[in-house]
Structures are given as C-alpha cells and as structure tokens.
Design a protein around this ligand. Structure first.
Ligand code: GLA
Length: 664
C-alpha cells in the first residue's frame, strides 16, 4: 500500500516535471513576426501591429496590441512542422477603415493539412471580434484565409488580431503557397491541316473585307473555298481572303485546306449585314505589357509573332494599340510630348508612331487586323489627346488609317458632363454618339466600350452600337479576384449574344508589365492552375479573348494555354451564349454553357485553398441519360457518365469539360 503510494507519488512528480519542463519549452510566436511577404492579398501589403493610421488594431469594442491586418482575398500558408500546440487570435473587421457604401461580409478560415479546422461567422464592419483558439498539435501546414462572402469591398482591413502560436517545437514559418509544375495538357497540333477559328463571321455590305483562315498543320498548305461570294478573293497560299464584303445576306462558304499530310474542310458562314463580331473578338492588346513604352515597332513585332507563334492559326486576329500612341502636354518621355492636333484638327500620333497608315498596312499584309484606342473625354486615362468634340473627325481618321477596332475609354469624360449626377443618359451619350459615327464609316470597326461596367452597360451596350463592353474596372494585377470576376460576369450572361459580348478585361498570363516606374514585363505569379482557370472561365463566358502580355516572351506553356482549339471553340461557339453560374458556394461554382450542337461546356471552378470534389447533376444541366465527358484541355474523352459527373478540382483550379449525349 505504502509502496504503491510512493510509486504513485513518484510517477506524479515525474509527470509534473515533464509537464513543467514542457511548459517551460513553450514559446509564444506572433503571427506578425513571420515573413508576411509570403501572404497573398487582394491589394496592398499586410499591416503589422499598428494600422495605417498609426493606431492600434481595433475590432468592435476591443483594442489589440498586436496583429496582422490584411485585405481580401487573403491567404498565408504556414509551415508548423508539427511544432505548434495552439493558434490563438481574434478575427474581425478593423474599425480603422470606413466601409463606405458597400456593406461587405467576410469569413475567416483556417485549414490544417488540407482539412478545414475552423471558420468564423460572417463578419462585417463593426461586428465584435471572434475568438480563435485551436489545437494545432501534429499539424504540418496551416492556412489562414479571409474571403468575401457578399459584396466585394477590398478596402477594409481584416484583422488576425493578437494572433500567436504556442510553440513547443520548431518555430512556424510563412511559406510560399504551392505552385504546381507547368504541365502542358494539350497535344501539339499535328502535321495534318486543321481549320480553326469562328464558324460565322459578320461584315457590313460593301466594306473592305479581310480574313485570314486560321489553320494549324505544316505549311505549305493549299487553301481553296467553295461558294465564296463575288467580290472576295482567296489567296491559295496564305489563306487570306480579301476584297469587298458581299451584298446583304448569309453565304455558306466551304473552306478547304490540304498539305502533304492530309486535308480539312469546314463551313464558314459569312453574314453580311449590320452586325460585326458574331463571335467574341480574339487578338492582342499591348496595355498589360508595354503601357507608355508602346511603339510602332512593337506593334509590328506583335503582328509578326502572332503569325510565327501560331496564335493566328488558332484564331487570334486583332493587333490592338491601347493608350499612349498620341501626344501629351508634358511627360518625362519627350518623344510622346507634342501638339494634340494639326491646324485642321486632325489628331496627331506621337514620334513613336511615325506613320499610322503604314503600320496598319503592315498588320493587314499578314491577314491580321488593327485596333486603336481613344477616349470620349478631352484626355485619355494616361493624359494623352482624347476625342472630345472631335469624335467624327477622329473616327474618320481611324478608318482612313485602316483601323478595324476601336476601344473607347471613358477616362476624363466625367470632366465634361457638367454635373456630378451622371444619369443613365449621360453614361450612354458618348457611346451612342461614337456608335452612330462608326456605322457611317466605310470600314468595319468593332466597337469596344470601356467605362468599367457603369450604369449596367451590358443592358444598353449593344443598342448604342457596341460589340463588346468592359463589365468592370481594370483587372490590374489583383488577379486573385479572378474567380470573383468570372462569377460576376456569369451574372450578365443574358446580355451576351452574337455581336454583343461582356468583356471582363484581358488575359494576362506569361510576361506582364507594370504601368508604373520601370515596370518591364515580369513572369505572372498566377499558378499554372490559375492560368488554366483564366482561359477556361473566359472561354466559357464567351469573353473576348484578348491576350495582353509581352508577345516577345511567349513560352510553350503560355502558348499551350492560349491556343487550344477545342477550348477556343467553346468561346467562339456560333450560338453565342455565355455560361451561367450554378451551385455557388463560398469558394466554388459551376459554369455551364449551351453549345450550338446541343452539348454543354462546363467549368467546375474551385477558388478555395484546398482541392475539393465537385459534382454536376444532370438535371442542373438540363440533360438526361448517358453522356460523353470530354476533357477539353487534354482533348480526350474521359468516359461515359449517367446521372452525374464528379471530379476533384484542384486549389484555384477549373476542370473544363464538354458534355454530349451518347449518339444512339
Ligand atoms: C483604363 C482602361 C485600361 C487601359 C488604360 C489606358 O484604365 O480601363 O484598359 O486602356 O485606361 O490608360
């Protein structure tokens, strides 16, 4: 008994010693002491321990001495290496940043080794902080994430206040979020010819006509066509059709091409009438690569690369100059300074664009088309000459120079409206004016409205003469909002139709530049899956496929993403429907688009930090019976499914498939 008593006492004191020494070993490591350059967030940089107004963090009625303030969408991956015991914090919206008119709601989430560990209640400005106190023993990788679950307000500071780890072993360390290998999923085009590009094409009767048949396969190739309307000629070597658009009507041309390895044919419907861009415009715009560095030489090089890289063979057509081709009153670069117009009021290009007509001639000589940019205001967004009060003269000038596309960017127009109360009528006025002027030109000019989605432009953009309209602000580099932008655009699907497209801004993958400072193009920090997601979502949305990055730095992986004909075909489907979103959760949704042949294109989109299993049930897609699922990126059928299709979708990824009824 005694013995037993002593043994028990000895054991207890031993465990007390062990316990005591383990308490001794525990340290407190503050989240704010980690390398937070590894934290990814929507805008700005994480704020540490003191907020940007030099005040301590405060959430609801509480004030905190320490913390990390971030902005949505935010995530940080932390290597705990099994060395931490607990993670403790108070999560909430900081009082320091006024919410403005947008009442946004956020959720704070924590994952451990790929599994959800904790999440906050929905949190808005003014709400009390929620206490976090979780057991993280044995966990190797912890993810802290903050997302929007309602309206987007990226201005708010979202706090992991008083956030710290109780550490018994290895110290926690912030790490780079994972980046998959750049895997090229798509088989390289074969030697045999394959005709790509749109199946329908709009033009105005009598206007100059130019179309280069996009086709992959080894050259030389012989191009021929049946039922080409009078007035058009096909160059059998280059596959470029030129001439003047036929009289009003639809012409079902059959295009053929053959080379030493085989042949291909396809119907190409030329629809001569009032509507251009019967499928979403495809091309390149210099903005996200060159900003105020753009020159005539770079535009010509872009046209060369569009051909040599194979982009034109996949269907890319337009080579578009953005802002900065005109003069400015003052600039560090004297070559861009000069008078806005000549004595007759003609708009002047700056010294980097010595001959606009020669430039478009060069682009046209390759079978490609040229686009130009201006603003309805007196100045462009970059401060260069705009078209205010010279609308007709400028439009005629652009047509005479040979441009085939106009981007019309609101910019300084607010200065001339004479009121702060911009009514719908005022929003529409400059676009209505330019839309009417463009229709009078003896040249087909696709009209791209750029006013950042104001006044629900998708509802009236087509009626004022637009072929496409930006649905929001610049994507900029805040590309971790990509999935949100895509989801939002799916909400405007009802307004997309042949000749009328929602434009969520350009595709930025590969080498992308910065508008500021030196700003030379650097490699995108989008992960490979995010890049696939970008192209998948834009194609499902029937968005214009306008690539905006440095063409001289195109690599194989980027080209693979840009040039998969089966993915592009979804974008260019002649039915002209844009995908709608179904099954939205906080971090995933399904995009679904009807295709002309009766099948569906589907994107299962996961914007979350961990892979998830996603399912499409047939009734949601309005389909029945056996369906063939084709992986569009791999260009491979993956099986016949009945009732539903389930698949693991990677972090920040999209699985894009085509679903077609099994032919009886
Ligand atoms: C705006 C537009 C951009 C670009 C710049 C040029 O920001 O939205 O796409 O054209 O102007 O200054």
């Amino acid at each position: 008994m005694k013995n037993k008593y002593y043994r028990a006492l000895a054991a207890t004191s031993l465990s007390l010693v062990v316990l005591f020494s383990s308490f001794q070993a525990n340290k407190t490591i503050w989240l704010s002491s980690l390398d937070l350059t590894k934290m990814v967030q929507g805008a700005g940089k994480p704020v540490i321990d003191i907020n940007k107004n030099k005040k301590p963090f405060s959430v609801g009625k509480d004030v905190f001495e320490k913390g990390v303030g971030t902005r949505v969408k935010s995530y940080v991956w932390i290597n705990l290496a099994g060395g931490s015991e607990r993670f403790m914090a108070y999560a909430g919206v900081d009082n320091d940043t006024a919410p403005g008119s947008v009442i946004s709601t956020h959720r704070f989430k924590i994952y451990g080794d790929g599994k959800p560990l904790w999440q906050s209640v929905p949190m808005s400005y003014g709400d009390a902080a929620e206490k976090v106190d979780i057991d993280v023993r044995g966990i190797k990788t912890l993810i802290l994430e903050v997302i929007n679950i309602g309206e987007n307000n990226s201005n708010l500071q979202l706090d992991w206040a008083d956030a710290h780890f109780i550490v018994s072993g290895q110290n926690p360390e912030a790490i780079e979020p994972p980046r998959e290998a750049e895997v090229i999923l798509t088989p390289t085009p074969g030697l045999r010819p394959h005709i790509n590009g749109p199946k329908v094409y709009g033009c105005h009767p009598g206007n100059p006509f130019l179309y280069r048949i996009p086709a992959t396969g080894i050259r030389p190739m012989l191009f021929t066509a049946n039922h080409l309307p009078a007035g058009l000629t096909l160059n059998t070597t280059t596959g470029i059709i030129t001439g003047n658009a036929p009289e009003r009507g639809d012409f079902n041309v059959v295009l053929h091409t053959k080379n030493a390895h085989g042949s291909d044919s396809r119907i190409f419907k030329i629809s001569s009438g009032d509507i251009l861009a019967l499928t979403p415009p495809m091309g390149w715009n210099d903005w996200y690569a060159h900003y105020r560095r753009i020159t005539d030489k770079m535009m010509r090089e872009a046209a060369d690369i569009m051909i040599s890289s194979g982009m034109a063979d996949a269907g890319y057509q337009y080579v578009n100059v953005d802002d900065c081709w005109m003069n400015k009153d003052k600039d560090a670069d004297a070559g861009r300074v000069g008078p806005p117009r000549d004595a007759q009021g003609n708009i002047l290009s700056n010294s980097y664009f010595p001959d606009m007509k020669a430039m478009t001639d060069y682009i046209h000589s390759k079978g490609l088309k040229a686009g130009i940019y201006t603003s309805p205001g007196p100045k462009t967004c970059g401060g260069y000459t705009g078209s205010y009060q010279y609308e007709a003269q400028d439009a005629k000038q652009f047509a005479d120079w040979g441009f085939d596309f106009l981007k019309y960017d609101w910019c300084s127009y607010s200065r001339v409206t004479g009121t702060k109360n911009i009514t719908s009528e005022i929003h529409q006025k400059p676009y209505r004016l330019m839309g009417a002027i463009l229709k009078e030109q003896k040249r087909d000019m696709v009209f791209n409205l750029c006013q950042y989605g104001n006044d629900q432009v998708w509802k009236w953009g087509f009626e004022v003469g637009g072929s496409s309209w930006r649905t929001g602000g610049d994507l900029g580099f805040g590309l971790n909002g990509l999935f949100d932008v895509a989801f939002k655009n799916a909400g405007y699907a009802a307004y997309a139709k042949p000749g009328a497209w929602n434009d969520p801004d350009y595709i930025q993958i590969g080498y992308v530049g910065s508008a500021f400072g030196g700003g030379l193009p650097v490699h995108t920090n989008l992960t490979p899956n995010e890049q696939y997601a970008f192209m998948s979502m834009w194609s499902l949305l029937a968005a214009p496929l306008v690539y905006s990055a440095d063409l001289s730095k195109l690599d194989k992986f980027t080209l693979n993403i840009l040039c998969n004909p089966e993915v592009i075909e979804i974008d260019q489907d002649p039915l002209g429907e844009a995908a709608k979103a179904i099954r939205k959760t906080e971090e995933s949704f399904i995009l679904i688009k009807n295709l002309e042949d009766g099948s569906k294109a589907v994107g299962l989109c996961n914007n979350g930090e961990i892979p998830i299993n996603m399912t499409l049930n047939w009734p949601e897609a309005n389909i029945k019976g056996k369906q063939v699922i084709r992986d569009l990126w791999k260009q491979k059928n993956i099986g016949i499914y009945q009732g539903k299709y389930s698949v693991m979708v990677p972090r920040h990824g999209v699985v894009m498939v085509k679903i077609s009824s099994v032919k009886k």
